[in-house]
Write a protein that binds this ligand. Structure first.
Ligand code: HEC
Length: 201
């Protein structure tokens, strides 16, 4: 009996095929050695996802439908209606998508730009409530969510410049060395040179 009811439970809860998506409300699991992006994912889950969605889509109808019935109409619920003296805060009617649409976060050119914006404005009900480390992690996570690099483009430029400088150095050193090497016909040290090259008429 127990086995049967367990079986029923499992079949109900089991994903219905290979295309089933993971539960968007499931707590993120941290890997053994979490990266900045992993930290950001976790902070996002607790502080940003309710408004911005599990994929950064914003407070869409589709995203609200993920919540239990009594949490779906954020605006009608007393706790988010923003009554005076209420600890709750009004939920914005429009919450922009922060990923998954063309041009999302394009106005933030660097991770620092995004970090500054997040620290001074998010979450809107209490900007600056998180620590700098959290805002850095969030910036990295959001950029990664948009398929962008999590390091400043300048760092990339510096790396390229350093590579060019290294290459130039190697070429220069090679020239110096080859300049020093005895060349056929170049002077008295060329006793081993071929007759054609070494001894002119
Ligand atoms: C209460 C809902 C709410 C929460 C929670 C929230 N945001 Fe927002 N977020 C908004 C709204 C509303 C805006 C639009 C603000 C505006 O246009 O001035 C916004 C704007 C943004 C933007 C700018 C998007 C753009 O392209 O202009 C980013 C990035 C962002 N939020 C990230 C976050 C992060 C990271 C967190 C978690 C710390 C967070 N938000 C928490 C509601 C929320």
């Amino acid at each position: 009996m127990l086995v049967m009811s367990l079986f029923g439970l499992v079949t109900c809860a089991a994903p219905s095929g290979p295309s089933a998506t993971p539960d968007p409300l499931a707590t993120p699991v941290m890997p053994a050695n979490p990266s900045l992006v992993d930290h950001g994912r976790e902070v996002y889950y607790y502080h940003c996802m309710p408004c911005h969605g599990d994929r950064g889509q914003g407070l869409t109808d589709e995203w609200r439908a993920v919540w239990s019935d009594d949490h779906q109409n954020c605006w009608a619920r007393g706790c988010h209606a923003g009554r005076s003296g209420d600890a709750g805060f009004p939920i914005p009617r429009k919450v922009p998508s922060v990923a998954g649409v063309p041009g999302a976060l394009a106005r933030f050119a660097t991770p620092d730009d995004l970090f500054d914006y997040l620290r001074s404005t998010q979450p809107p009900q209490e900007p600056g409530r998180l620590g700098d480390a959290e805002y850095r992690a969030l910036a990295a996570f959001l950029l990664r969510l948009n398929g962008r690099s999590t390091v400043a483009p300048l760092a990339g430029v510096h790396a390229i410049l350093a590579a060019i400088a290294l290459l130039a150095g190697i070429l220069f050193a090679k020239r110096l060395l080859s300049g020093r090497a005895p060349r056929p016909g170049a002077g008295p040290t060329t006793s081993w040179a071929s007759p054609e090259g070494g001894r002119g008429p």
